[in-house]
Structure formats: structure tokens, C-alpha cells
Design a protein around this ligand. Structure first.
Ligand code: CAA
Length: 382
């Protein structure tokens, strides 16, 4: 067992950390305020290989591993949680199904531009009536000649407002339940019948757009089918297994930002004639946060290592996502407490971290669903 990073992993992490400190963290509050999509940053991260970390260079990626991906995601989210989720969706939710289930031609066409960061990808599973119960989706795809005609509305789609490509789940045979589902790759720049619906007004991750995607007799070429009819549900579920590692890492990064900001603030803040770091009430909070975040990071690295080694990582990714987001939320709430009255005001980052952390307990499967996934594995139901 070796818990240390390789020289290459450490080098990439240090490079990303420097970029975060110089170009991401100083701008995060402004992007949050203006809801600005960090377009330039995404392009620069693409040039650094971070929009497709584990994708082969043959398809525009960096050809590194998922352990490196986790390390980069934590750093990026330490700087800006919105940028973190955009990077995660690109690499995992979109990147994983196309990388694992796509043909060579599909990967050249639909993975390379996304993994190299020229354009973004998104993942469309959720609908208004199909959230935790993903198999209940209604979006319908009917094969007509060489095209699928798609009708339906997808909800809460991260980066849906900016992404060019989308892995889209639809049912071709509703009578077959989850076994009737397919995954299509939609090119939203060239999909007649596609339009954007509502862009959600959210509590946090405000620089990341969350959109409704509307398909009205939308035409998608039949050659954009991923795998075969009936594979859709499992493709989307395994995409979520990968995505949950990204979200856990996003949460861990938010937690790291909380600790970093609290230490900086508490060393400066003087009460009763001393910096508040001299009080055990503050020290114990910091000690608990740091310990829980270290444990979360280990779970994340283990899940990523299992993915890298072609092991079944469904349970481990659910555990890592659930635990990391729960401890990040706890840290964020305590962070506001350490900042006191200032923590409740927008001049300081503490309240943003609390708003950003909350979503990690909800998206890519609520933490209640993660417990279902973990328990089913433990009980041998899967
Ligand atoms: N990995 C691999 N295979 C899986 C799987 C997983 N995580 N989950 C289910 N499967 C497989 C099962 O093994 C089963 O296969 P067989 O046919 O071989 O038996 C098949 O899929 C059906 O599984 P279930 O009977 O367990 O299906 P279910 O309907 O009971 O649902 C669930 C299981 C775990 C509740 C699933 O629906 C789920 O994960 N729900 C949460 C959905 C979710 O996370 N949505 C978030 C979407 S993305 C987002 O939030 C925002 C964004 O922008 C992207």
C-alpha cells in the first residue's frame, strides 16, 4: 500500500493549485454575484488537460488517472465550487459514458472537443417526475429511418445552458421499464427541435448554469446511439458512479476552502484581547473539520483508485460522495459560526461556501439514495 501521490500526480496537483490561487479563487465571489459562467477558465483548464483528465490523448484528453482527477477537482473546488461542478460534469457525467461506451468514431467526434476543453458537455437524465426514481423518465425516442425523433423535457441539467454536447437518456420502449431506455449523444448546435427552457434561480453554485432542455420532435441521428437499445439505464447509472467521485471531490474542495478561510480569519480576529484561534472552542471546530475532510479525501482516492484498476466502484463512489458532502456541509455551517456575524454577510466567503456545499448532498443522487446504493451492495441485493 502506498498512500503518497506519484511524482506526476503531485506535479499536476501543484500546477492546478497555483492556477486556482492565481486565477480562480480571487474571482469566485464575483462570479457568484454576477452568475458569470467561467468561460475563459474552462478553456484554460482544457489547455492544461483538466477537462478530460482520464481521457486518452487520442481523444483530446490528458491520459492521466482518476486519482489525479480527484486531486485536481479538490483544488479547483477549493477555489470555486461552480467551476468544480462544470469540470466534474465534463469529465465524469458526460466524459465517462462516451469514453466507455462510445465507438471510435463517436469518441473522435463527441469526446475529443469536450475532453480538450474546446466546448462543454452535459448529462440529461432527470425530469420533473423522475429525480431519485430515474427509471420513471418519460422522454420518448422513436426511430424513424436514420433519425431518432425525441420528445420530452429534461430538468436541472448542469451546464445545459452552455454545453454543446449532451448524453441524453430517453425511452424507446416504455413498456419495458428501465430495459427500454437508450442513451443518445445530442449535438445541441445541430438538433432541430431542441430549445433551452428555464434557467433555474438557485441558492448556490451560481456561476454554474442549471437548465431545462426541451425536445419537441427533435431530430438526433441514429448513429449517435451509445451502445444498443436497452443499455441506456446502466450506461447512465455507471456514468453516475463516476460522477459521484467528482461531486465528492467538489464537496471536499469546498470543505478545504472553509478551513483555509477560517484559519486566515480566526488568526486575525481578536476578541478578549487574543486572536480567536487561541480559544479551544475554535481549535476543536478546526480539528474536527480537518479530520473529517482528510477521511473524506481517503474515501475519494480509494474510489478513484478502484476505477483506475477496473474494479467495481459503485459502492465506494456512493460512500465517498455521501460522506464528503455531509462533512463539507458540517464544515461550512461551522465555518459561518467561526466568522460570527461576518459569516452571515456577503462580504466574506463563509456564507457562499454554505450555499455551495448544500447541493453536494442533493445532486447526482441525494445522500438518501447513496445510502440505498450502499445498503443494496452490502446486503447482496446487487
Ligand atoms: N451502477 C451500475 N448498475 C446499476 C446502478 C449503478 N449505480 N444502479 C442500478 N444499476 C443496474 C442494476 O444492477 C440493475 O441491473 P440488472 O438489470 O442487471 O439487474 C438495473 O440497473 C436496475 O437497477 P435497480 O433495479 O436497482 O433500479 P431502480 O429503479 O430500483 O433504481 C436507484 C436504482 C439506485 C434508485 C437509481 O434510480 C438511482 O441511482 N437514482 C438516483 C438518480 C440520480 O442520481 N440522479 C441524478 C441525476 S444527475 C444530476 O443530479 C444533475 C446534473 O446536472 C447532472
Amino acid at each position: 500500500m502506498n498512500l503518497g501521490p506519484t511524482e506526476e500526480q503531485q506535479m499536476v496537483k501543484d500546477q492546478v493549485a497555483r492556477f486556482v490561487d492565481e486565477e480562480i479563487k480571487p474571482n469566485a465571489a464575483e462570479w457568484d454575484k454576477t452568475h458569470k459562467h467561467p468561460e475563459d477558465i474552462c478553456r484554460k483548464l482544457g489547455e492544461m488537460g483538466i477537462m478530460g483528465v482520464a481521457v486518452s490523448p487520442d481523444y483530446g484528453g490528458a491520459g492521466m488517472d482518476n486519482v489525479t482527477y480527484v486531486m485536481c477537482m479538490i483544488e479547483i473546488s477549493r477555489g470555486c465550487a461552480s467551476t468544480g461542478v462544470i469540470v466534474s460534469v465534463n469529465n465524469s457525467l458526460y466524459g465517462y459514458p462516451v469514453r466507455v461506451f462510445g465507438t471510435h468514431e463517436q469518441k473522435e467526434k463527441f469526446l475529443a472537443p469536450v475532453a480538450s476543453g474546446q466546448v462543454e458537455g452535459c448529462y440529461a437524465l432527470t425530469e420533473s417526475g423522475a429525480g431519485s426514481d430515474a427509471a420513471a423518465l418519460r422522454c420518448r425516442a422513436v426511430l424513424k429511418g436514420d433519425k431518432y425523433i425525441v420528445n420530452g423535457v429534461k430538468k436541472f441539467i448542469t451546464s445545459g445552458n452552455v454545453a454543446r454536447y449532451c448524453v441524453l437518456a430517453a425511452t424507446e420502449h416504455p413498456e419495458k421499464g428501465y430495459k427500454g431506455l437508450i442513451t443518445l449523444i445530442a449535438d445541441h448546435d445541430h438538433t432541430p427541435g431542441f430549445s433551452l427552457g428555464t434557467i433555474e434561480e438557485k441558492m448556490g453554485i451560481l456561476a454554474s448554469g442549471t437548465a431545462e432542455l426541451v425536445y419537441e420532435d427533435a431530430e438526433i441521428p441514429a448513429e449517435n446511439l451509445l451502445g444498443k437499445t436497452g443499455d441506456g439505464f446502466k450506461q447512465m447509472m455507471t456514468g453516475l458512479n463516476a460522477g459521484r467521485i467528482g461531486i465528492g471531490a467538489q464537496a471536499c474542495g469546498i470543505g478545504r476552502a472553509v478551513v483555509e478561510d477560517c484559519i486566515e480569519y480566526a488568526k486575525e480576529r481578536v476578541q478578549f484581547g487574543k486572536p480567536i484561534t487561541s480559544f479551544q472552542a475554535i481549535q476543536w471546530k478546526l480539528a474536527d473539520m480537518a479530520t473529517e475532510l482528510d477521511a473524506a479525501e481517503l474515501l475519494l482516492l480509494k474510489a478513484a483508485w478502484m476505477e483506475d484498476n477496473d474494479l467495481d466502484f459503485e459502492k465506494e463512489s456512493a460512500q465517498a460522495k455521501m460522506y464528503a458532502s455531509d462533512v463539507a456541509m458540517r464544515a461550512a455551517v461551522e465555518g459561518v459560526q467561526i466568522f460570527g456575524g461576518y459569516g452571515y454577510c456577503k462580504d466574506y466567503p463563509a456564507e457562499r461556501h454554505m450555499r455551495d456545499a448544500k447541493i453536494c448532498q442533493i445532486y447526482e443522487g441525494t445522500n438518501e439514495i447513496q445510502r440505498v446504493v450502499i445498503a443494496r451492495k452490502l446486503l447482496g441485493a446487487r
